[in-house]
Design a protein around this ligand. Structure first.
Ligand SMILES: CC(=O)N[C@H]1[C@@H](OP(=O)(O)OP(=O)(O)OC[C@H]2O[C@@H](n3ccc(=O)[nH]c3=O)[C@H](O)[C@@H]2O)O[C@H](CO)[C@@H](O)[C@@H]1O
Ligand SMILES: C=C(OP(=O)(O)O)C(=O)O
Length: 435
């Protein structure tokens, strides 16, 4: 288990380029299984979850060529499905959430898939019903084996269908779209997730020969085609990393410029940080956060306490609520953070409270933060990173704190943030990694 030792209190300064998006990468890399032709992908982040998925594809027989630091070509010509029966496959597929998205492509191309209960953050129940009910509507049969938490899915002939999802699951939508692309006939998918990463997937599939319309809405029409061809694709910058950097700049009173942030794809993210009192200047596609001694959380127009809550896209992403929460600890004012989607994602507030933050955990979904307005700094402590976004929030808290902090289990952070210690040290942070 690796740890970070952080000497807090440094102001950071400079420019930072966000990595390619983790959650887009997981969809797009899975989609390379849909064709036997070469698919070239640029801006792939070098992070644990993405590298694990690439290794998983390699184990299935996908030929993976590294073309440059962030570019890879994938050719899924000779796929060996016998690997799905092995213990190694079970172990590697169950170590990340994104592995679930190989199911749609494998079913579509080979009529068969197996997947263990996938991993990912332990942030509450993470059901897969939406995936399987959708695939069943396309004609797949699935059996769950509880003794080894393994799902077996078969489909000799996927058929387009009308599917109304019970919830707008992001990975569920991606899986069903990928399966429907190669099904016979037309699929109409309603209550689909429509975030930019799903849109990117649809655009890439259309370049491969798929026929998807309604992209960007929650009503997609997918006309099945008999095969897909190769293409080239570039991943968007990671909007969760961008939000994390905005929060980090404010908390550490730093002047940071986030380069090439694809601002038009960020939805409500800049708006929500701005309502926390954080100033931002948009120059072309860069976001400059000027150094701010203090920032004040807005109230609602009627004077009541602000609530920041997550919602499916185009609402505010749940993955940035932990960052909002930590940023609020040093703001002037009060905010209620309401994490509606996940039920165990706020427990890390205990660590912030130990650092001196004023937070009331109302219930597993809601926390009220009473900002300190920098009357005193947070205190450095030793803590463990419970999940990826809580981990980065604790890192932000530690960077702003007085004294030394130690964060254990930083593999959680490495799942989704590329060389974060090295990149932040280049801006003036003092982070040492110990193994
Ligand atoms: C690999 C990947 O891409 N992971 C992301 C993906 O996970 P993932 O696709 O696993 O998440 P889902 O969209 O399926 O669901 C997330 C949670 O929200 C709940 N839910 C979802 C939709 C809805 O309409 N109502 C509702 O309550 C679900 O029950 C679940 O608890 O999307 C999540 C929601 O943006 C993000 O946090 C994850 O980072
Ligand atoms: C919850 C997340 O990831 P995953 O779905 O891979 O666990 C996340 O990226 O914040």
């Amino acid at each position: 288990m690796a740890s970070f030792i952080i000497n807090g209190g440094n102001r950071l300064q400079g420019e930072i380029v966000p990595q390619g998006a983790k959650n887009e990468a997981l969809q797009i890399i899975s989609a390379t299984l849909l064709t036997e032709e070469k698919v070239t992908i640029h801006n792939i982040p070098n992070i644990r979850d993405v590298n694990k998925l690439i290794d998983l594809l390699k184990s299935l027989g996908v030929e993976v060529e590294k073309l440059g630091e962030e570019s890879y070509a994938f050719t899924a010509k000779n796929i060996d499905l016998s690997i799905l029966e092995t213990k190694e496959f079970k172990v590697s597929a169950s170590s990340l959430r994104g592995s679930i998205m190989i199911v749609g492509p494998l079913l579509a191309r080979f009529g068969k898939a197996k997947i263990p209960k996938p991993g990912g953050d332990k942030i509450g129940r993470r059901r897969l019903d939406t995936h399987f009910i959708g695939l069943q509507k396309l004609g797949a049969k699935f059996v769950y084996h509880p003794e080894d938490s393994f799902y077996h899915i078969d489909a000799t002939n996927l058929k387009g269908s009308y599917i109304l999802l019970d919830e707008a699951s992001v990975t569920g939508t991606a899986n069903i779209i990928m399966a429907a692309c190669l099904a016979d006939g037309t699929t109409v998918l309603y209550n689909a997730a429509c975030e930019p990463y799903v849109q990117q997937l649809c655009h890439m599939l259309n370049r491969m020969g798929a026929k998807i319309s309604g992209i960007g809405s929650n009503l997609l029409t997918i006309e099945g085609v008999s095969s897909l061809k190769g293409t080239e694709h570039r991943l968007l910058p990671d909007m969760i990393e961008i939000g994390s950097f905005i929060g980090m700049a404010a908390m550490t009173q730093s002047e940071l410029t986030i380069k090439n942030a694809a601002v038009d794809q960020l939805g409500l993210i800049p708006e929500v940080f701005s309502r926390m009192g954080i100033q931002m200047e948009i120059h072309h596609d860069d976001i400059k956060i000027p150094a701010q001694d203090n920032y004040e959380i807005e109230s609602f127009i009627d004077g009541s306490i602000m609530t920041v809550a997550d919602a499916i896209w185009p609402g505010f992403t749940p993955d940035l609520l932990s960052i909002i929460l930590v940023v609020a600890t040093q703001a002037k004012g009060t905010v209620l953070v309401h994490q509606k989607m996940f039920e165990s994602r706020l427990f890390f507030v205990d660590k912030l409270i130990d650092m001196g933050a004023q937070i009331i955990l109302c219930d597993p979904h809601r926390a009220t933060v009473i900002g300190l307005n920098r009357k005193h700094a947070l205190r450095g402590i030793r803590m463990t990173s419970p999940d990826i976004r809580a981990g980065v929030s604790l890192l932000i808290a530690a960077l702003s704190a007085e004294g030394e902090s130690i964060i254990d289990n930083v593999e959680q952070i490495d799942r989704g943030y590329q060389n974060i210690d090295i990149r932040l040290n280049q801006l003036g942070a003092d982070i040492t990694r110990i193994n």
